[in-house]
Design a protein around this ligand. Structure first.
Ligand SMILES: Cc1ncc(COP(=O)(O)O)c(C=O)c1O
Length: 399
């Protein structure tokens, strides 16, 4: 263990995962509690991006056939391995919003079955996208939350009916870290003939998930948070039997059975994951994504989840002891990796914490969000709360 791993309080004495801290340079001088927003960058990303430049620089156009053309397939399979997806069922895209657009482009809104059902705790970009599809005939039905933390599952299930085409929902709610009852929602959707897109941004890499067991039709997410893969790589899983019957309108030469034949006329879609892709990939982003995926695979999502449950419970305890409202489920089985805390002057406190290199974020109707990952020590949680106490005391004196 290096200096960086030490824990003066001895709380972390048995935490084997702290040995990965040295793989993440930012941890040396920051308390990094913001993996729900942007996971820490693995040191190896320097080499990965250097390798990208070297390949481009020395191999030039040959890089496509030697490495780049199949990169999205390889990265897709690496991500797929963390979510129980069969080989060849995950394609890479820039972000989740684009993934929704690819799904939408497979659908027809002109019939009676044109209802899009989700809850109002969905990620706003996803909601903005589906709102905009109303111009093409989609009918959005949004189910309200009562408390801003939980989704009202019964209400959502009742809203999914014979006219429902698609249910694009978050597996884990970004604002509260509430874990939706995805199995019940998928079961109801399938019973009435609807499809489900599960946004797994806050579950893949943070907890064990299995898209095959869940039987979801689509799943999407990105690598920049819990997978420590940086911006620019989103992913889309399509269940193989569903994929075979879909023809995305958001398509292009990468989705063609023979892209280099440059045929004229209707697309002959490939049966690989590239069926859902369209044009040239962001190779640098794919290269940057790999070191994080490798570490997450090595650490293992079971261990990540076990530690997360313990550390988020400790954050809840530290906040509750101070009398602050927790905007996150207290039941560990319903809670993923983030704790949202409504503390006094929470936006100002978040700003001050960041000034002190304690990285958290603040969101309206959530409060200060703290998101420990496998590389955080218990000590860091304690010292973050000591810092909040100091900030609040200083603010009280200044008043
Ligand atoms: C659940 C969820 N979906 C999607 C996104 C981001 O969407 P995009 O990848 O289109 O930027 C986020 C980002 O915070 C998120 O939390």
């Amino acid at each position: 263990m290096g200096v960086n791993n030490s824990s003066p309080s001895g709380i972390d004495g048995n935490d084997d995962l702290l040995r990965y801290r040295s793989e993440f340079p930012i941890l040396a001088d920051n308390t990094y509690l913001i993996s729900n927003s942007l996971g820490a960058m693995p040191r190896e990303v320097h080499a990965a991006l250097q390798g990208y430049a070297d390949t481009w620089g020395s191999r030039g156009v040959r890089a496509w056939e030697e490495r780049w053309w199949m990169l999205a397939n390889e990265v897709g399979n690496e991500i797929g391995g963390l979510m129980g997806a069969p080989t060849g069922s995950v394609s890479c895209h820039q972000n989740v919003t684009t993934c929704q657009a690819v799904v939408a482009s497979c659908l027809d809104f002109s019939g009676r079955r044109n209802k899009i059902v989700y809850d109002d705790l969905n990620f706003p970009s996803v909601m903005y996208f589906w709102e905009a599809q109303q111009a093409l005939g989609a009918r959005v039905h949004m189910v309200p939350t009562d408390d801003g933390i939980h989704v009202h599952t019964e209400r959502l299930l009742d809203a999914i009916d014979e006219e429902t085409l698609l249910v694009p929902i978050s597996h884990v709610i970004f604002r509260s870290a509430y874990i939706q009852d995805a199995a019940a929602i998928i079961e109801k959707a399938h019973r009435v003939g609807a499809l489900v897109v599960l946004d797994m941004f806050h579950s893949v890499g943070a907890m064990p998930v299995d898209v095959t067991a869940l039987d979801t039709d689509f799943a999407c997410g990105g690598v920049l948070k819990w997978l420590c893969g940086g911006p620019g790589t989103g992913f889309l899983y399509v269940r193989p039997d569903v994929a075979a019957r879909l023809k995305p309108r958001l398509t292009g030469w990468i989705g063609h059975e023979q892209p280099f034949a440059f045929e004229i006329g209707p697309t002959r879609y490939t049966n690989s994951s590239y069926r859902f892709m369209n044009g040239t990939q962001n190779i640098a982003a794919l290269e940057a994504a790999r070191p994080g995926l490798k570490i997450i695979r090595e650490v293992g999502v079971e261990r990540i989840r076990a530690k997360s449950k313990r550390q988020t419970a400790r954050i809840i305890e530290l906040a509750s002891r101070r009398g602050w409202k927790i905007n996150t489920p207290v039941d560990p089985e319903k809670r993923a990796g983030t704790v949202s805390i409504d503390m006094p002057n929470s936006q100002g406190v978040a700003r001050e914490l960041i000034q002190r290199n304690i990285l958290v974020d603040w969101r309206p109707r959530a409060g200060v969000r703290m998101a420990p990952h496998f590389y955080n020590s218990d000590e860091e949680l304690e010292s973050a709360f000591v810092a909040v106490d100091e900030i609040l005391r200083a603010q009280a004196v200044a008043r």
